[in-house]
Design a protein around this ligand. Structure first.
Ligand SMILES: Cc1cc2nc3c(=O)[nH]c(=O)nc-3n(C[C@H](O)[C@H](O)[C@H](O)COP(=O)(O)OP(=O)(O)OC[C@H]3O[C@@H](n4cnc5c(N)ncnc54)[C@H](O)[C@@H]3O)c2cc1C
Ligand code: SF4
Length: 479
């Protein structure tokens, strides 16, 4: 039987100095917590029934070999568990932290299905790789031999970086271009630090840089360098630019001060956590402290905004969503977290406009009900006439989702085919676009999606490029 944790009351919160009991010195705490975490991971891993029908694995976009690394973890063979885990996932510690496991691996765990609560697969995955970093099992990228081919990757998010990792390990010359000053894409500037600590992302960036990946940052492709120039410079190009055009709101007062985009709010908060100078945060424009905050939207970005606003010290945080709780797109786990932290959800409501003058003072809210199902079978929200009211607000955050930028016109490359939604068309297996030797992955192909899907796409596109290079040179891919 597993040994009982030595210190049952230890929680992650106690890692912060003000919450740590005075007699518990930092080193003691870390040792005790490490032991507790090991036992917790082993205990969870040991709950896996090795059912033989690993739905968890088939519902993981990377088809991670979950049963095997759970078994090895339960047996205390962590290094072997890590080797298996990293064989299919470029960033297991990141996925372990931020995959919506309730919709993927854990939601399909046989033990969960039988009503006994899922094995916490994501936490174990995170634990295995965090341990691997601590123990020095995560090896630097050292290609067996250098290759002459070069690949230009536009976008340093998880899709681009996963491809960079696979290519560089095979000795390909890789240059990653990004318009931000740090690599990581939404891992760095979108997802809040309380879900994904920034040092976890930065150490991966460093690993790639130390492994020979060249980063060209503060470089907006289309402005600072043309897409055509990048194509000329490299044997193949990967487009991994994500989706950044925020859906907007209209109505009276929509342009007032104090109505901001979710991405700006979250980026400012993340920049602040890096210690950057962020004038819009310091001026209060993108800071929720002491404000009545209303977030509009029901997806995961909205959940990140409400939880960030709470942490910044907002006096109240309300989330307006036009459907009900059962029909919201965001993860139910995230809603539960937000509710626990004091966020108030106002279901079946939508903004009609805004009150106030130059500066917003409130949201004119119309109440909704769910009507007949539309073509997709989803009930459409309908306005209840005469039931409007005003929700007071000092800061309104629009979190209505993202769309792709119009790359063909922005880059003067009309032959780059896009769908009617503006996402780049690419082969579902090789990820090659209509332009020869130009590939595309992640959100710019799928629309706003998930980190784990971007990683899968990036890995697959890199494999397809290697296959293509090898077919030209007649070489056999290195193991
Ligand atoms: C607030 C928020 C929270 C999220 N939370 C989660 C979560 O918890 N779990 C999860 O799985 N997913 C989450 N997602 C979704 C996830 O972040 C994305 O699906 C994923 O990051 C997509 O990866 P990507 O590589 O395609 O693009 P991105 O991560 O968006 O990276 C694209 C990169 O391309 C760069 N770029 C764009 N255009 C240019 C250009 N012209 N020139 C140079 N560089 C350019 C950008 O600067 C960026 O660095 C969240 C998204 C948001 C917005
Ligand atoms: S990558 Fe995501 S879906 Fe796959 S096992 Fe890890 S947490 Fe689950």
């Amino acid at each position: 039987m597993a040994k009982q944790p030595m210190l049952k009351f230890v929680t992650v919160d106690q890692a912060t100095p003000e919450k740590r009991p005075p007699d518990l010195r930092k080193q003691d705490f870390q040792e005790i917590y490490a032991e507790y975490a090991t036992e917790k991971a082993a205990e969870q891993a040991g709950r896996c029934s090795q059912c033989g029908v690993p739905y968890c694995q088939s519902h993981c976009p990377l088809h991670n070999n979950i049963p095997d690394w759970l078994k090895l973890t339960a047996e205390g063979r962590l290094q072997e568990a890590y080797e298996i885990s990293q064989a299919t996932n470029t960033f297991p510690e990141i996925c372990g932290r931020i995959c919506p496991q309730d919709r993927l691996c854990e939601g399909n765990c046989v033990i969960e299905q039988s009503g006994h609560g899922t094995v916490t697969i994501g936490s174990v995955e995170k634990y295995i790789t965090d341990t691997a970093w601590e123990q020095g099992w995560v090896k630097p990228i050292v290609p067996a031999q250098e290759r002459t081919e070069s690949v230009g990757i536009i976008g340093a998010g998880p899709g681009g970086l996963a491809a960079a990792d696979v290519l560089r390990r095979q000795g390909v010359q890789v240059t990653v271009y990004d318009r931000y000053d740090r690599a990581g894409g939404l891992l760095t500037y979108g997802i809040p630090g309380f879900k994904l600590e920034k040092d976890v992302v930065m150490r991966r960036n460093e690993q790639l840089e130390n492994g020979g990946v060249e980063f060209v940052l503060n470089c907006d492709v289309g402005t600072d360098i043309s897409f055509q120039k990048i194509r000329e410079k490299h044997d193949a190009v990967l487009i991994a630019t994500g989706v950044y055009k925020s859906r907007d709101l209209g109505g009276p007062g929509a342009g007032a001060e104090g109505i901001v985009r979710a991405i700006d709010f979250l980026t400012a908060s993340n920049r602040k956590s890096f210690g950057d100078a962020v004038p819009e945060f310091d001026s209060g424009d993108l800071n929720a402290e002491g404000k009545r905050v209303v977030v509009i939207g029901g997806g995961d970005t909205a959940m990140d905004c409400v939880r960030t606003a709470i942490r910044q010290g907002a006096t109240s945080v309300k989330c307006l969503y036009r459907r009900d709780k059962a029909n919201m797109p965001g993860s139910q786990r995230e809603v539960a977290n937000a509710e626990e932290e004091g966020v108030e959800f106002v279901w079946l409501t939508a903004p009609r406009g805004f009150t106030g003058g130059d500066k917003v003072e409130g949201v004119m809210v119309q109440r909704m009900r769910l009507g007949a199902p539309d073509a997709t079978g989803r009930q459409s929200p309908e306005v209840i006439e005469g039931a409007d009211y005003v929700e007071d607000a000092d800061l309104v955050i629009k979190a209505l989702g993202f769309e792709p930028e119009a790359l063909p016109s922005l880059w003067g490359e009309e032959a780059l085919e896009v769908t009617r939604w503006g996402t780049v068309k690419s082969d579902f297996r090789t990820h090659e676009t209509a332009l020869p030797n130009v590939y595309a992955v992640g959100d710019i192909v799928r629309g706003a999606s998930l980190v784990v899907w971007a990683i899968r796409d990036g890995r697959e596109a890199a494999e397809a490029m290697l296959e293509h290079f090898n077919s030209k040179t007649g070489a056999v891919a290195a193991e």
